[in-house]
Design a protein around this ligand. Structure first.
Ligand code: C2E
Ligand code: MG
Ligand code: MG
Ligand code: MG
Length: 293
């Protein structure tokens, strides 16, 4: 405790910190309530084959509509959910909603595409993970080939041996696995080679610098090319995240990565707005004029 550490320890307990703790606590209470009152829903972002515009799959992204503060981004509440254990309720809720959406599309006669669902570190290492996933997927009769789980590079590194076992268990059942935010977690090559995965997602931060001022561009370009090469040589699918410009698209295609998700093609959208895109099967690239308007 602060007291045991001596008087000096009190200096950490500033009014600003107190205020921040209060805010976190309030967010946790609100999230607890929001979970019960169905304030969480999903948006879906297409992943596109940039050579043809065909929609290959979707990523499910959770959204929280707070009654007073409006939309709160997952980047703000997922860390709180992780720290408080609420993630163990959010995870199953997200998977149920994702499977429910796939089942509704199936019933509506819309050819479903695979759906990717994010799993955070605490979910990955939870004892009952596979049992829980099996239960939900069976309840909606979703073929496992239609589901992919995204796990961040840093989550897999928390406990590599266990991660390998868990991912192998998921793959045995027919699910695909993608490593999310690749390039930010310092995984060694040896280690990457052990992970039973299907795809590498190139972190958005590298793409953001493609087309930036020259020194930053050159550095990002080197990293993106290296990740594409690594993925190709390990036989993994490469998915670029955060593709916003034609320049980024052309760079990726030129260097052997053809799958992307990003605002250039589509923002994450509610299910009803994804439907016409699925029916069309592809997304036409906007013209440069439309992009600049
Ligand atoms: P992520 O899994 O890496 O998801 C990709 C993020 O990049 C999404 O942000 C997406 O909206 C954003 N994005 C995609 N294309 C572009 C682009 O062209 N430009 C820009 N600026 N952004 C783009 P989002 O939805 O805010 O999610 C943030 C993070 O929150 C996710 O990163 C993921 O780590 C976490 N998250 C979201 N949904 C879930 C969930 O259901 N469960 C868990 N455990 N985590 C989730
Ligand atoms: Mg993801
Ligand atoms: Mg990502
Ligand atoms: Mg990311």
């Amino acid at each position: 405790t602060a007291k045991a550490e001596g008087r000096g320890a009190y200096r950490f307990f500033t009014p600003a910190l107190n205020e921040q703790m209060h805010q976190q606590f309030q967010l946790e209470q609100d999230l607890r309530h929001g979970l019960e009152s169905e304030q969480l829903s999903l948006h879906f972002q297409p992943r596109v084959d940039m050579r043809t515009g065909h929609i290959l799959s979707l990523e499910a992204l959770v959204r929280w509509n707070h009654p007073r503060h409006g939309w709160i981004p997952p980047g703000r509440f997922i860390p709180v959910a992780e720290a408080t254990g609420l993630i163990l309720q959010i995870g199953p809720l997200v998977l149920r909603q994702a499977c429910g959406q796939l089942a509704r599309w199936r019933e509506a006669g819309i050819t479903p595409v695979p759906m990717a669902v994010n799993l955070s570190a605490n979910e990955l290492y939870q004892e009952a993970l596979i049992e829980c996933i099996d239960g939900i997927v069976d309840a909606f009769a979703i073929p496992p080939e239609l589901l992919e789980f995204e796990i961040t590079e840093s989550a897999t590194m928390r406990s590599i041996d266990r991660a390998v076992d868990i991912l192998a268990g998921l793959r045995e059942r027919g699910f695909s696995i993608a490593i999310d935010d690749f390039g930010t977690g310092y995984a060694s090559l040896n280690y990457l080679n052990r992970l039973p995965v299907n795809a590498l997602k190139i972190d958005r931060s590298f793409l953001a610098d493609i087309g930036a001022e020259s020194a930053r561009h050159d550095q990002a370009a080197a990293i993106v090319k290296a990740i594409i090469g690594l993925g190709n040589s390990l036989g993994l699918e490469g998915i670029a995240e955060g593709v916003e410009t034609r320049l980024q698209r052309d760079f990726l295609l030129q260097h052997g990565c053809h799958i992307a998700q990003g605002y250039l093609y589509s923002r994450p959208l509610p299910g009803a707005r994804i439907e016409p895109l699925l029916q069309a099967g592809r997304i036409a690239l906007p013209t440069q004029a439309a992009l600049e308007a």
